[in-house]
Design a protein around this ligand. Structure first.
Ligand code: NAI
Length: 740
C-alpha cells in the first residue's frame, strides 16, 4: 500500500497507520481510497485478523479530508468524451467512490476502531464515522468536523447519513450546515466520538475496545436501530425538518444550494436503508458539485485563498523581509487594532498618538482584546501580559527610530497625513535601518501617489489598508503607488503574512479596490432610502443578497462620520465633477447631530446600551425621507437585490479595465474577506462570470437607462462579451484558472 503502513500484533489487531508519502498532512486521494479498500478486503479475508485500528502517522493531524485538487481536477476524467446518461453515470460512480470504499470497511465483518490522533475534517472524519468505534486525542489543537459547506459542498462521503444516525438529525444538520468544528470534549459531549484520551494513548484505547467489546456491526445496521430524536416520520423528528427549512431560509435566503441539498440528503436518506441512503447522498452531492456556486466557492475559498496565503502576488527576486519593530501613527480604532495583531505576531510595537492619554487609550483597547482571549481560555494570563508588554504607547515620535516600518493611521485628512509622514520619516530614515525601512499608510481612500508626495522616499511609500475590526478581518489591501518599488510591495506582503492576514495587491485609485466597490453598495442603499423605500426593506433586501448586513446597517458599522469625511475628501478631489449622492446631506446632518453609527450607539439604528439587546431603526429616518414603499413584492425584491449587487460588480469590472486590480483570484478573495461580498457567489468576479458577461452587459444597459450612469457597462465588458470571455479566461493567472 502506498499510503498506509500495517502491523499485525500478537492479539490479531491490524494497526493501519495513514501516512501519505511526501505530504505534511494526510488527504484522501484515489490511491488512499484504494488502500482502504485493500485493508477492508484483508480484514475480511484473513481469519487471524481479529480487528482493525486506523490511526495517522503524521504529527500534523489525522486527515484534512479529500484532496480537492484531485477531486475537482481529476475525479471527472472518467467522464471525458461522455454525454447524457453515460456522463451522469460516470460522474455518479466517481463521486460514489468514497462512499463505496468506506462502506466496505464498515461491513468487513471485523470490528474497526479509529484512533484519531489530531485534526480530522471532512473525508477524514467521514472515514472515522464509518469505523465502529472512535477514540479522539485530547490535544489542544485537535478538532473534528464536516466543514464542506464552507466551500459550497456538503459531506458526500457518508457524512450526511452517518452523523444524523449517530447524533440525531437536528444536531447533525446544525453541525453540517454551519461546517462547525468540535474540540475533543465537545465532540465527546455531542456523541461524535466514543472516547477521549491523551494523544499517546489513543491507539491503545482503540485496541482495548476491540479486545474487550469489539463489535463489527454498525449501529445503523442492527435490526433494532432507531434514529436518535426520531426520523422524518416521527412526530418530533418531523419538526426538525419543518423548523430546519424555515431556519435555513432565514439564515441563507436560499443562496446556498449545498445547504438545501444537504437537507434533502438527510431527509430522504433517513427514510431509506443505509446502502440506498448513501446512493441518494451521492446524487445530491453530484447535483451540488455541478452548481456554479460550488465551483466558484471551491476555487475562491480553497485554491485562491491558499495561493494568496502563500503570497502568490509577491514580486519575485526580493529576499524575505522580517519585521522586528513597527511603529503605528494614530492609536484610534484602526491603529489600536493594528497594534494588537502586530503584538500577537510577536512584533515590537510603538503606538503613537497626539498625547499620552490618547496613546494609552489605544493600548487599553489591546488589553481588552487580550483579556477576552484569556477569559475564553484561549490564552494564559502570562502570555497575554507578554504580548501587551510588546506595545509601547507614547506621543514621542523619537521612539520610531530603529523601526522597520511605520504604519500611519491618523484621521482621514490629506494635510494631516502629509504632516505626520514628514515628522515620522525624519526619525524612520535615520540610523541603522535607514536604508531598509519603509512607510505604509492605512488611508481608506486617499490615493497613495498623492500622499507619497510628502515622502522623502516615494519608492518605499505604500498603502497597507486594513479593514475594521482589524483583529477579525483577514484582508489587507497592499496599494502600489506610482513610484512604489517592487521590493516595497514584496516586503509589504511579507508584513501582511507575518501578522497572519491575506494580502491582495492593487494599483492606486481613489478608494483602491475594496472601498471603491463597497461604497457603491452603501451609496445605493442611501439612494433607495432617498427614493422612499423604507429603510427596513433596504436592509432586508441587502441581507437577502448574501451580504452580511444591509447597506444602512453597514454604514452604521463603518461609522457615519468616517463616511462624511470620505465624501468630503472625494468631493474636494473631484471638484466640479463631483456628483453628490442623494441622502448624503441627510447623513451629514445626522453626524452633526451626534449620530456617528454603531460606535456611539446612534446612527440609522438606535443601539441599546446592553450589548445583547436588539437594535431598532431610528425614527428620525422617516422624517428625512418619508417612506412610500413599505411592502415589496418578489419582483421588486429581485430588482433591488440586483441593484445592490450589480452596482458593486460593475465597479469591479471598471477596476479591471483601469488596471486597479489585475488578478481575478485577488478580486474574489478580496471582495469576500474585505467587505463580505455575497460568499455564495465565490466573489465579485465569479458572480459576473456565472451570470455570463453578455447577459450581464444586457442587464447593465437596461439598468443604466432606469437608474443612471453608475450602471454603465465599461468597454472592457463589451469586448469580453463580444469574444465570449470570462474574467478567469481573460485575466486568470494560472493555466488552470484560464481553463475554468
Ligand atoms: P480614529 O479617529 O479612530 O483614530 C485616528 C487617531 O489618530 C486618533 O486617535 C487621533 O488622536 C490620532 N491622531 C490625530 N493626529 C495625530 C498626530 N498628529 N499624531 C498621532 N496621532 C494622531 O480613526 P480610524 O477609524 O482609526 O481611522 C484611521 C485611519 O484609518 C483613517 O485614515 C481611516 O480612513 C483609515 N481606515 C479606517 C477604517 C475604518 O473602518 N474605520 C478602515 C480602514 C482604514
Amino acid at each position: 500500500m502506498e499510503n498506509f503502513k500495517t502491523e499485525l500484533d500478537a492479539d490479531g489487531i491490524l494497526l493501519c497507520t495513514f501516512d501519505v508519502p511526501g505530504k505534511t498532512m494526510n488527504t484522501f486521494t484515489k490511491s488512499a481510497l484504494a488502500d482502504v479498500e485493500a485493508i477492508a478486503a484483508r480484514a475480511k479475508a484473513e481469519p487471524e485478523i481479529k480487528g482493525v485500528v486506523i490511526t495517522s502517522g503524521k504529527t500534523t493531524g489525522f486527515c484534512a479530508g479529500a484532496d480537492l485538487e484531485e477531486m475537482i481536477g481529476g475525479a471527472w476524467e472518467t467522464s471525458a468524451g461522455l454525454t447524457g446518461e453515460a456522463l451522469l453515470k460516470a460522474n455518479f460512480d466517481a463521486a460514489f467512490e468514497m462512499n463505496r470504499v468506506y462502506r466496505l470497511l464498515e461491513t468487513c465483518g471485523k470490528p474497526v476502531a479509529v484512533a484519531i490522533n489530531g485534526l480530522a475534517l471532512g473525508g477524514g472524519l467521514e472515514l472515522s464515522l464509518a469505523c465502529h468505534y472512535r477514540v479522539l486525542s485530547n490535544g489542544p489543537k485537535v478538532q473534528v468536523g464536516l466543514p464542506e459547506v464552507k466551500i459550497g459542498l456538503f459531506p458526500g462521503g457518508g457524512g450526511s447519513q452517518r452523523l444524523p444516525r449517530l447524533i440525531g438529525a437536528q444536531a447533525a444538520l446544525m453541525a453540517m450546515s454551519e461546517g462547525k468544528s468540535f474540540k475533543p470534549q465537545e465532540a465527546l459531549g455531542a456523541g461524535i466520538v466514543d472516547e477521549v484520551t491523551d494523544d499517546d494513548k489513543v491507539v491503545e484505547a482503540a485496541k482495548t475496545w476491540i479486545k474487550t467489546k469489539g463489535d463489527a456491526v454498525a449501529r445503523w445496521d442492527k435490526k433494532d436501530f432507531k434514529i436518535p430524536g426520531g426520523g422524518p416520520y416521527h412526530p418530533t423528528g418531523a419538526q426538525v425538518f419543518m423548523a430546519g427549512n424555515a431556519l435555513l431560509r432565514k439564515q441563507s435566503y436560499g443562496n446556498y444550494p449545498a445547504v438545501l441539498n444537504l437537507m434533502h440528503s438527510v431527509y430522504e436518506g433517513l427514510q431509506l436503508p443505509f446502502d440506498t441512503a448513501i446512493r441518494v447522498e451521492t446524487r445530491f452531492f453530484c447535483k451540488t458539485l455541478a452548481t456554479p456556486q460550488a465551483k466558484a466557492m471551491i476555487r475562491t475559498f480553497f485554491f485562491s485563498m491558499q495561493a494568496l496565503g502563500k503570497g502568490s502576488g509577491r514580486p519575485a527576486g526580493v529576499a524575505k523581509a522580517d519585521f522586528g519593530k513597527v511603529a503605528i501613527l494614530g492609536a484610534g480604532m484602526m491603529g489600536a487594532g493594528i497594534a494588537y495583531v502586530q503584538a500577537m505576531a510577536g512584533i515590537e510595537t510603538i503606538l503613537i498618538d497626539r498625547d499620552q492619554e490618547s496613546a494609552d487609550k489605544g493600548k487599553a483597547h489591546c488589553e481588552d482584546l487580550l483579556k477576552k482571549q484569556v477569559s475564553r481560555g484561549k490564552m494564559t494570563p502570562e502570555k497575554a501580559q507578554g504580548i501587551l508588554a510588546l506595545i509601547t504607547a507614547t506621543p514621542d515620535y523619537a521612539a520610531i527610530e530603529g523601526a522597520d516600518l511605520v504604519v500611519e493611521a491618523v484621521f482621514e485628512n490629506t494635510e494631516l497625513k502629509e504632516k505626520v509622514t514628514k515628522d515620522a520619516e525624519a526619525r524612520l530614515y535615520k540610523g541603522a535601518k535607514a536604508d531598509t525601512a519603509m512607510f505604509g499608510s492605512n488611508t481608506s481612500t486617499i490615493p497613495i501617489s498623492l500622499l507619497a508626495k510628502a515622502s522623502q522616499k516615494a519608492d518605499k511609500f505604500i498603502g497597507i489598508h486594513f479593514f475594521s475590526p482589524v483583529d477579525k478581518m483577514m484582508l489587507v489591501e497592499i496599494i502600489r503607488g506610482e513610484h512604489t518599488s517592487d521590493e516595497t510591495v514584496a516586503k509589504a506582503i511579507d508584513y501582511a503574512l507575518k501578522i497572519k492576514k491575506t494580502p491582495v495587491v492593487v494599483n492606486d485609485s481613489r478608494g483602491f479596490f475594496a472601498n471603491r466597490c463597497f461604497i457603491p453598495f452603501t451609496a445605493e442603499g442611501m439612494m433607495m432610502w432617498a427614493e422612499g423605500i423604507a429603510p427596513a426593506i433596504v436592509d432586508n433586501v441587502g441581507r437577502m443578497t448574501g451580504m452580511p448586513r444591509g447597506p444602512l446597517e453597514m454604514l452604521d458599522d463603518v461609522a457615519l462620520d468616517l463616511m462624511v469625511k470620505i465624501t468630503a475628501e472625494t468631493a474636494k478631489a473631484e471638484g466640479a465633477n463631483y456628483k453628490p449622492i442623494p441622502g448624503e446631506k441627510e447623513v451629514a446632518r445626522m453626524v452633526a447631530d451626534g449620530r456617528y453609527g454603531r460606535k456611539n450607539g446612534k446612527g440609522f439604528y438606535d443601539y441599546p446600551a446592553d450589548k445583547g439587546g436588539q437594535k431598532t431603526l431610528w425614527e428620525g429616518t422617516k422624517s428625512m425621507f418619508p417612506a412610500t414603499l413599505t411592502e415589496a413584492d418578489p419582483k421588486t425584491v429581485e430588482e433591488l437585490k440586483k441593484r445592490l449587487l450589480y452596482v458593486q460588480a460593475v465597479t469591479a469590472a471598471r477596476c479591471f479595465e483601469e488596471g486597479v486590480i489585475t488578478d481575478p483570484r485577488e478580486a474574489d478573495v478580496g471582495s469576500i474577506l474585505g467587505w463580505g461580498f455575497a460568499p455564495w457567489s465565490g466573489g465579485i468576479v465569479s458572480l459576473m462570470d456565472a451570470i455570463g458577461i453578455k447577459e450581464f452587459v444586457a442587464e447593465l444597459d437596461r439598468m443604466e437607462k432606469a437608474y443612471g450612469e453608475r450602471f454603465k457597462a465599461p468597454q472592457l465588458l463589451r469586448d469580453m462579451a463580444a469574444k465570449g470571455e470570462t474574467f478567469y479566461s481573460r485575466f486568470g493567472k494560472t493555466e488552470a484558472a484560464k481553463a475554468a
